[in-house]
Design a binder for this molecule. Structure first.
Ligand code: NAD
Ligand code: WQD
Length: 337
């Protein structure tokens, strides 16, 4: 029984990661403060895996609570998802983002040191590349921040780098996610944004479910083949499988690993809309509006390093992504509304 501490393990990516960990024979132990998740997700994870993950309701900024949790378990590693992630909110409430995302990471590292554990996988983001000058984006591209959320990830990345330089015993993976989308194929867990969705695919699902009458496409005048923005959408199950590969890597080698987790394929907003319509049979009315402030035209990964070092690559298709997102959204509407 290899126990892995998963902070934010009831959230979107964390819950999928726990399912993948259980399938691979690990025992995830979730620490989550429920600020953006619900304990009902534990029931869903149990339905999928046949096992209920252990859960401690706690905040990663609470060092005392973390010490008590570390005393109850023998963790082999920590996967640190627990953070705030809304770009717009981070502009309005920067201190919340530094407190949760930087303060939380520091407090967690402190508890790990007290427990003698030096193996961590950290959720970073393509946001650390800021407005990259070219695509595809490689790990050695310059980093910058365009908002407090992005800066909180940059700072946490730097802290982890300094830590690994100061103490060669640490094994740290900084995984830079591109655009995580889709849901577990069972339709039992997925992304559940509160209020108006900010991200493209949850918004498309809202339109398909007739909760909104149309999608606003933010900009039709980018220098891309169809004029709409291009992103690297990665299926959440591919993404979490990248974490398992990183865990295996860290078991073999100490040091600092920094890799992109993306597909290496850019998809435009219109391609996403058309694929969703084709595979689900739903109509997605849309209007092309002005650009969203802060958006870039193109952002997609060069995932070569992850393949080379981890032997991992994303293999699910855009059809899978749309079908799985819609299955989750359809089941969620019928079972919870
Ligand atoms: P999410 O909000 O669905 O999950 C985060 C979870 O962490 C939630 O369950 C929340 O309740 C919990 N949490 C937040 N602050 C906490 C704290 N202080 N203590 C304990 N628990 C806390 O978000 P997600 O999409 O699953 O993202 C997971 C991680 O991946 C985050 O670190 C995020 O920044 C990063 N990331 C996400 C994306 C994306 O588009 N979803 C992209 C790149 C990076
Ligand atoms: C994708 C494309 C929009 C909504 C964000 C964060 C990033 C990372 C992932 C955490 C863009 C267009 C969107 C809509 C649209 N998160 N769009 N209409 O902005 O690439 O990345 O999530 O680390 O930090 O910034 O994702 O899904 O919001 O947008 O036209 O209603 O869809 O302009 O081209 P984004 P997104």
């Amino acid at each position: 029984m290899t126990e892995i501490l998963v902070t934010g393990g009831l959230g979107y990516i964390g819950s999928h990661c726990c399912v993948a960990l259980m399938e691979a024979g690990y025992t995830p132990v979730v620490v989550d403060n429920l600020s953006n998740s619900s304990p009902t997700t534990l029931d869903r994870m149990q339905q999928i895996s046949g096992v209920r993950p252990k859960f401690h309701k706690a905040d990663v900024r609470d060092g005392g609570a973390l010490d008590r949790i570390f005393a109850k378990h023998r963790f082999a590693a920590v996967i640190h998802f627990g953070a705030l992630k809304a770009v717009g909110e981070s502009v309005a409430k920067p201190l919340d983002y530094y407190d949760n995302n930087v303060g939380g990471t520091l407090t967690l590292i402190g508890a790990m040191l007290r427990a003698g554990l030096k193996k961590m996988i950290f959720s970073s983001s393509a946001t650390v590349y800021g407005q990259a000058a070219t695509v595809p984006i490689r790990e050695d591209f310059p980093r910058s921040a365009t908002n407090p959320y992005g800066r909180s990830k940059l700072i946490a990345e730097d802290i982890l780098e300094d830590l690994s330089l100061a103490d060669g015993g640490w094994r740290i993976a900084r995984l830079r996610y591109f655009n995580p989308v889709g849901a577990h194929e069972s339709g039992l867990i997925g992304e559940n944004p509160k209020g108006v969705p900010n991200n493209l695919l949850p918004f498309i699902c809202d339109v398909a479910a007739a909760h909104r009458d149309h999608l606003a496409i933010f900009g039709g005048d980018y220098s891309t083949p169809d004029g709409t923005g291009i992103r690297d959408y990665i299926h959440v199950m591919d993404l979490v499988e990248g974490h398992l590969a990183a865990l295996r890597f860290l078991n073999e080698r100490p040091g600092l690993l920094t890799v992109n987790l993306g597909t290496g394929k850019g998809i435009s907003v219109l391609e996403m809309v058309r694929t969703f319509e084709r595979v689900t049979g739903c109509d997605i009315p849309y209007r092309v509006t002005g650009r969203r402030p802060g958006d870039v035209g193109e952002c997609w990964a060069d995932p070569t390093l992850a393949h080379h070092i981890l032997g991992w690559r994303a293999h699910r298709t855009l059809d899978d992504i749309c079908l799985d997102a819609w299955r989750w959204r359809s089941l969620e509407s019928t079972s919870f509304l």
